[in-house]
Design a binder for this molecule. Structure first.
Ligand SMILES: Nc1nc2c(ncn2[C@@H]2O[C@H](COP(=O)(O)OP(=O)(O)OP(=O)(O)O)[C@@H](O)[C@H]2O)c(=O)[nH]1
Ligand SMILES: [Mg+2]
Length: 345
């Protein structure tokens, strides 16, 4: 809609003028009296609004200088936005080059096209960063009731290491120590049980081995007095994944047990691989995401893009091999600062 002002000797004649020019396609917004001291004359100015196309259709000679100026401004703005859409914006290109999905960038910057913000590099960078920030979800730690946490993810991503770090955190790093037990589920991998039991021995924590859902159910029934149960799983073939899904479904169908599924995914992963991994494990109802190997990459664009597509809450970051030190509770600031470092570079 366009706003147009018309001046005449009285409100009635101003309104008649508007009718004459624009027919019935306008809406009266306001009217006010104007006193011209030099001429000692009273006149009336009305403001009307009308659709842009009606305004542009009018014969040029009927338009006042003010109207022509308004029209020119409008055309200028339209021309700017056309330039914006045809010219590649270098800030958007930079974010894309750093791994942020073009589709997402286009979607969030579309409303800015033609505005000064779109042309201002610094403002546009902060706008996009803020949008990323707002899209990231963080899962807070909550120990108000017993927790059974299962860790799933591709082979070698850092599941067992993360389980060990979390066990140490929960059992020893809070004012109120939590009673923690570790469980290996269906570990046919050579050395997998030893790897976790080694950590369990050092930390003096209970450690169980469960082969199959029945054994797991028995163990879960036995360890009801524990605050936290951490279930480590093995690297997956499609067959294993199907079995795992059935296990979790079966256990969750028993109203008393709720298994929280934590997907461990490496921060070094490419977007397409992250999508595949998510696809594989999405049947499990993923509660939260743990980003591992944050220390192995400076480029977080791909994993950020993945998070922008699927807003799964982030719970922890694994930032190295050291147990228990190299673990952080997920936070937006940390991941964004790392990404900004990459943008700066
Ligand atoms: N740099 C780095 N290495 C890590 C991190 N987390 C784990 N690792 C290393 O990655 C390797 C694999 O770690 P695991 O914890 O055994 O991985 P997993 O997912 O349990 O592997 P599978 O049980 O075989 O599926 C080990 O050498 C770990 O020390 C991390 O955050 N950063
Ligand atoms: Mg493992």
């Amino acid at each position: 809609m366009i706003e147009v002002k018309l001046v005449s000797s009285s409100p009635q004649s101003a309104y008649a003028l508007a009718r004459e020019r624009y027919g019935s396609s306008f809406k009266l917004i306001s009217a006010k009296q104007i006193y011209d001291a030099a001429e000692r004359k009273l006149s009336c100015e009305i403001t009307i609004s009308l659709p842009k196309d009606k305004f542009l259709q009018l014969p040029q000679e009927q338009k006042s200088a003010k109207e022509l100026q308004d029209e020119l401004e409008l055309l200028k703005r339209e021309l700017e936005s056309m330039k914006d859409t045809t010219r590649e914006n270098k800030i958007i290109a930079l974010f894309e080059q750093k791994g942020i999905s073009r589709e997402w960038l286009d979607e969030i910057t579309a409303p800015l096209i033609g505005s000064t913000l779109y042309q201002d590099d610094k403002l546009l960078v902060s706008y996009i960063l803020q949008e990323i920030d707002e899209s990231l979800e963080i899962k807070k730690e909550d120990f108000s009731e017993q927790k059974i946490m299962m860790f799933v993810g591709p082979t070698g991503v850092g599941k067992t290491t993360t389980v060990a770090k979390l066990a140490a955190r929960y059992a020893y790093m809070f004012d109120k120590r939590l009673k923690v037990a570790l469980i290996n589920l269906d570990s046919f991998k050579v050395g997998a049980i030893e790897q976790l039991s080694h950590f369990a021995d050092i930390m003096k924590l209970e450690h169980f081995q469960a082969n199959g859902v029945i054994e797991l159910e028995e163990i879960l029934a036995r360890v009801m007095g524990y605050d936290i149960l951490l279930i480590d799983t093995a690297g997956m073939s499609p067959f294993d994944t199907e079995k795992l899904i059935k296990t979790v479904e079966y256990l969750n169908s028993n109203g008393e047990i709720k298994i929280e599924v934590n997907l461990v995914i490496s921060a070094t992963v490419k977007l397409e691989d992250a999508k595949d991994i998510y696809q594989t494990f999405s049947f499990l109802d993923i509660d939260s995401l743990i980003l591992s190997k944050m220390d192995e990459t400076k480029h977080l664009g791909d994993i950020l893009s993945f998070l922008l597509l699927h807003s799964i809450p982030l719970s922890y970051f694994s930032i190295g091999q050291e147990v228990p030190d190299d673990l952080l509770v997920a936070d937006r600031e940390y991941i964004l600062q790392k990404f900004i470092g990459d943008l700066d570079a």
